[in-house]
Design a protein around this ligand. Structure first.
Ligand SMILES: [Zn+2]
Length: 251
């Protein structure tokens, strides 16, 4: 399935070829990295026709593809409960098909003059992020500090040669670089605005990774184990979740 990327191809490629998750992929969830970003990459590399594409897309493209893949496992219906400040517990559902995709309009780099000095801000790729995380991991105790420092350095084109200078940047530039990475958001934000029966509206942030790692694969396998007798095991493994659902409903 060819998917058009929300970055509009600003960092190189415009589309990727991705298959929907299949039963066999669910078995590999427990083996994913403990680092969230790496776990997303590992799961997507199972689905992408050419996993080398991953390094050539933006971080937001990757998050978009990841959201699509996890949504597919839940048949595009990610259910959640939330407790309103009035105390009522509400149920809701996040459906990717009802969300608009934000496509990025603009260039990969933005030049900005701040107090007579020109800074170049870069939109980051998954490949950039990998380098940032590897740098941060060199001292795990200071992971978050080093991650932020490397993120700013990558954004401003100072990684890895000018890390000392990054620490000496004026604070407004440092924060502008972090803020820039939020402002160039594209894809689908995993948030859902919903209204409680009391009238209060709330924004629910969907923890997409949890919807993958906390999926009850044992439950799914048991539920459909009977089907494996009706199909050969290989075709069972190759089935997508919607296929398994519809097969189970017919039989
Ligand atoms: Zn309420």
């Amino acid at each position: 399935m060819n998917i058009f990327l929300p970055s509009n191809g600003i960092v190189g490629i415009k589309t990727v070829d991705m298959s929907p998750p299949k039963i066999k992929h669910l078995r590999q969830i427990s083996e994913l990295s403990k680092i969230n970003e790496f776990a997303k990459n590992e799961f997507l590399s199972l689905l992408l026709n050419n996993f080398a594409d991953l390094n050539k897309i933006t971080i937001f493209d990757r998050d978009y593809l990841f959201l699509m893949a996890v949504s597919a496992i839940h048949l595009n219906n990610m259910e959640f409960t939330f407790t309103c400040k009035c105390g009522i517990e509400n149920k809701g559902s996040f459906n990717i098909e009802q969300k608009d995709v934000i496509f990025f309009e603009g260039e990969r780099i933005l030049k900005k003059k701040i107090k007579d000095k020109e800074y170049v801000f870069n939109i980051l790729t998954v490949g950039d992020e990998r380098e940032i995380i590897e740098y941060a991991l060199e001292n795990e105790e200071k992971y978050h500090e080093r991650f932020e420092l490397a993120l700013v350095a990558k954004t401003l084109g100072m990684f890895p040669h000018a890390m000392d200078e990054v620490e000496d940047l004026p604070l407004n530039i440092f924060y502008a670089a972090l803020f820039f990475q939020q402002c160039v958001m594209h894809g689908i934000e995993p948030i859902h605005r919903t209204t409680c029966s009391c009238g209060n509206s709330t924004v629910v942030v969907i923890p997409v990774m949890d919807y993958l790692t906390e999926i009850n694969t044992a439950g799914i396998m048991t539920k459909f184990a009977g089907l494996a007798n009706k199909l050969d095991f290989k075709s069972f493994n190759e089935m997508t979740i919607p296929e398994v659902e519809s097969f189970a409903n017919i039989k």
